[in-house]
Design a protein. Sequence first.
Lengths: 349, 737, 326
Amino acid sequence: MADGPQLKPPNGDASPGERREREGLCKPADASNAISGGPWVLAFCPGPSGSTCPRPSEALLAELRGLGASLAVLRPDGGTLLRPEDSPQPLRPAPALWARHGAPPDRATLVVLDDEGQVRLCRTLDASADVEWMLLRALRDAARARAPASLVSRRELLVCALAAAVAAAVLDACAGAPRGADQRPVQTASSGPDLIDVALVINGERRVLRIEPRVTLLDALREQLGLTGTKKGCDMGQCGACTVLVDGKRIDSCLALAVQHEGREITTIEGLARGEDLHPMQAAFLEQDAFQCGYCTPGQILSAVALLAERKGQPLDDDAIREGMSGNLCRCGAYPNIVAVVRGVAGRS
Amino acid sequence: MKDSVGKPLVRADGRAKVTGQARYSAEVQVAGVAYAVMVTSRSARGRVASFDTASAEREPGVLAVLTHQNAMRLPGGEGAVDPSDRVVQVLQDDRIFYSNQPIALVVADTLERATHAALLVRAREEPEKFTVRLDDEIDRAFPQQTFSSAGTFPADEVHGDIEGGLSRGPARIDQTYEMPPETHNPIEPHATIAVWSGPDRVTVYDATQGVFGVRKKLAKAFGLPPENVRVLTKFVGGGFGCKGSVWSHVVLSTLAAKQVGRPVKLVLTRQQMFGMVGGRPRIRQRLRAAATQDGRLTALSHQSTSTTSRFDIFLEPAASVSRHMYASAALETRHRLVRLDIGTPTYMRAPGESSGSFALESAMDELAHELKMDPLELRLRNYAEVDPSNGKPFSSKSLRTCYQMAADRFGWRRRNPSPRAVRRDGWLVGMGMATASYPANFNKASAVARLLPDGSAVVQSGAVDIGTGTYTVMAQVAADALGVSPERVKFDLGDTEMPEAPRSGGSQTAASVSSAVLLACRALRDKLIGMAVADPRSPLKGAAAAYVAVADGRLSAGGASDAYADVVARAGGRPVEARADAQPDQERKKYALQSFGAQFAEVHVDPELGQVRVARLVAAFAAGRILNARTARSQLMGGMVWGIGMALHEHTVYDEKLGRIMSRDLADYHVPTNADVLEIVPLFLEIEEDPHVAPSGVKGIGEIGITGAAAAIANAVFNATGKRIRSLPITPDKLLL
Amino acid sequence: MRLIHFQRASGIDEALRAGSVPDTAFLAGGTSLVDLMKLEVLHPARVVDVGRLALTRIDSEGGGLRIGALATNTDVAQNGEVKKKLPALSEALLSGASPQLRNAATVGGNLLQRTRCAYYRDLATACNKRNPGGGCDALQGWTRMHAVLGTSDQCIAAHPSDMCVALAALDATVRVRGAAGERDIPFAELHLLPGEHPEREFALAPGELIISVFVPATPQAARSRYLKVRDRASYAFALASCAAALHVEGGRIRAAGLALGGVGTKPWRVPEAEATLIGKAPSTEAFARAAEIALRGARTRPDNAFKVELARRTAVRALRRAAEAT
């Protein structure tokens, strides 16, 4: 089929550049009106010579979603509203807001508002503080403090916890506490006597997880590492959606304990492309519409890559392709296009 | 619409899908999420007398074990919110209505802990007498006034003298066709993440075909104003109907999140996908038909009996397909329901049309055989120029063209009409055909279109793309309507904060949302033109708006030109916006609105071992305007593959003694593998002109691909073997003897 | 899954020591064990990962092939010597599961894989194998995929392996090592009939580790074929299957191996059926007679009665193909 112009990807897939462009081109909102409901975290950030300003990273968005909170980053020349599910919205300069919270012009200030707009915390930071990192830490600590409320309403507990956590983070920063890696994913592992350290090599990168031995490779990828490209379809080796490559061989990751494959080279769908350049198999799937809902697609692609490696040098007719790909179910019925893709890529290589 | 609509553009969401960047509902990154796992009933009917939750509660990391004894009371209850919605079981009482019904919920800090703790919950059930067998309750079958399927229709219709007509025709058939219950089994299991951000405000990420339905259900259940419930669904891993209703787990995860004070993620196991989230019901259809010696129908009677649960009504309208298909002097279509102790069935790809066409098209094939007539010729002899049930003219119908296109491509002329007459390489070879049809549904939808200062456009509607290509085709419609190139348009969906759209079901999204997008973009275009011609600084100032043409974002009239970007910039640099609603008008009701097609199948049957291969499936469809040839072909192909599954593989098996579904994973419930799908050829008319069906001229193609496919295959099996199989699926044991 | 204590064995002795602790299971590929542990059908407290032991070789040895217990299904199926000398084994392996599962599954794991009976896999139903004396809900339930041979009043679960059917027909022996040393088990003795104790599935002592499988490269093995009939074209268990091996010389069958799958509670080899073929010329009649004997004693349920005729026809065709093989 003829190649068509690439349409714009849907929201969430926009590049940071696109998003900033959008920001700049949309009408800036009035901060006092926009900051309502709650809870809110306000980060007053002075100009470029001072602290770093929080950017909408995956980790920050995950934390905001988890709390149901929104973030307003306020700079002297304006600012940005960040609700996790919306495009960042620019803000007009709001000197009145700075004054109301007593935010000095040369240092960063963090403010926590509850959902009635009451100030629960206000702290001014050191001039050299990395606001973004501190914010992340504070949000994480606040989340951990959640508990079923009994004496105190849940809302109240959350806001107290958030305020306390931000305060703690501020204190730590002042004390020069060491920083953790910012790319830490959504962390679900908790404490317990049965945890072991498992070193996995995923897409060339060594990651050490502290998990129970019973965690499957699939769940380690999806729930511990935030690598959700590998899909859970059946969790019992009957659909192939969880296909990954281990030392180049395709397996169902749902039927492997993560610890079984310690030290081996694991390749997931996230590891196929080289930056912006798609792997030829990915490009071919895209070109030939060899998918519809896309859920089985990462498994199909990895399976196809492995199939061609397995059969290198041997002829591969359509029947062999079909049989070779039968470990990957597609309920949308994209099979004929998948076969055409594999046939095409095999022919080219 | 000229330059973009119809073109086979690559999917807008394609890159996200092939790189694994697309986040489906369970994958949305929410920090601090806790995991919920359901405990389900063993009994098919009765009550839970008591729970022993002590060992589950003691497990490390367990945050809560919820049962009807300690779950919060839902102010709005468990009821359905509209005819397409279902009654659910969400820990509000001790009743058990079916085996594998949710009866408790464990919430823990890791998935492994929640899963294990769920198995530690002991429920003492008091079972009651039950049945899951159609024939046990057949004497208590009952009628309905209407059924609901993207609209409301009478359940029973009779025209003319049925019994007289049946006795008048010398050629007669009277056969019963049996179809087993089926299960949708999208590869993505149902999944919900619920996050409360206050006592009365919740955000839900849900694998649904309709975000507004989820919002409505949760708002009602929790007694919240709808604007306090936000539902987001950017990617869905297949729906096919099972994600079109809001099932128990959606309410349960939201309830759990409120009670434990943390975001809660609930993902169904594959076993839980059987029974509590719907499926196609068990259906028995009796087809009686009579025809003159030259093949004209004197009467057609189509009766369908299907199953529903004890606590809710779902009617699969299998007989309704006969209302639109063939000209017959007398026509009767009736539906009956039987209650069993099962989970409520639901819409499953072409509900009614796929099941009904199996019976109708098998019966027509039997009639053709009886008359010693070519099955295609029999269809043509009874071609309906107007809708047989109400005499309305079809808004458009190109079925003759479809028959011809498909028959020619297939080589129907080579068919040997004598059964069991053709062998090749040890296989028996047979050919069969059937007519396909699906209604052209159109329901109210809204959209908003915005032109940004850089000249690009953002268009939004709260629809969902379940693999259907909505992200892509709507951008194409918008591009043409606005007069910009498609790379400058982004279409976004899947958020209740966007204008409302109907759920992605009934093949209605394309027609409904494309019409709203079309109208919104035309309104935006007109607004911008209006701004230009009124603006003294515009080169087009004073031009007559009707003469302004737009292409590639440039406006021109009489040699002068302006650009969208400049119009916006001059007006202050803020985006210019227009909204529109689209809904069916009164004119539409004057017509019968259907898509049609023709399916042709070639099968190879192993004469000794009974295995069946569908060697070729060739079909042609006419469904109004096709928005994107690439995605349309995929949709139609997907439907045809479903036809193979329906014909040869799919069967939800109940243990009648236990009242429990025992085919409860993908090894025991078969859907086609890659090796089962050989040559599939979906042909279609790119444009079937239809000025009445919708402003965009679209009819929708998500489901028509499955209709008629199973019958074409079964008819081919008859041609190959001489055995008429009236009970699906056609497995080797049915062909052994 | 329950909590487990995990240990990786770096040598066979270490594995045996670890395996001698009660409630310990050996983990190789995991395609059967991890699956059943997640369902909590099997729940060992301790898991010993033997997946990296040096037991992957496939070597010629004394008139046959010795296949390491940790050779993957894929590696065995693709091995040149296996394809040439034991074609039914390669065909059987390739007809089973999916490429992904075959890449992980090992010979040892395949030998010890558990039944796919839906009742065994569902904790909410009664199962004598899972819970001795607990009853069997399959007997009066959905039995289309269940066994017709070797059944008892306690259990009718079919054995699911394709590889085992070929190994049965080809007269393999299984070498195991335990505290008492090494021993060879004739294939027919490895899997136990359910009888009164369906929970006893293998003739293995606790803590014994499968080391290798020896398959003699007989003339009949070189002309062996595997045929599998199933409900869909791939990735499905057998309705009926057959491994057939024939040595034909001077127009007469000198030796035969015949085993059935999908129909027995264990891989079903019938020496009496093989015996009727010896000395006869290969013919459909001779094959039909052998097939009939092979299905003798079948006890059927209404929904699996078809398997008798299907298995007969499958056996006949497999024998015909073996006779045609050069």
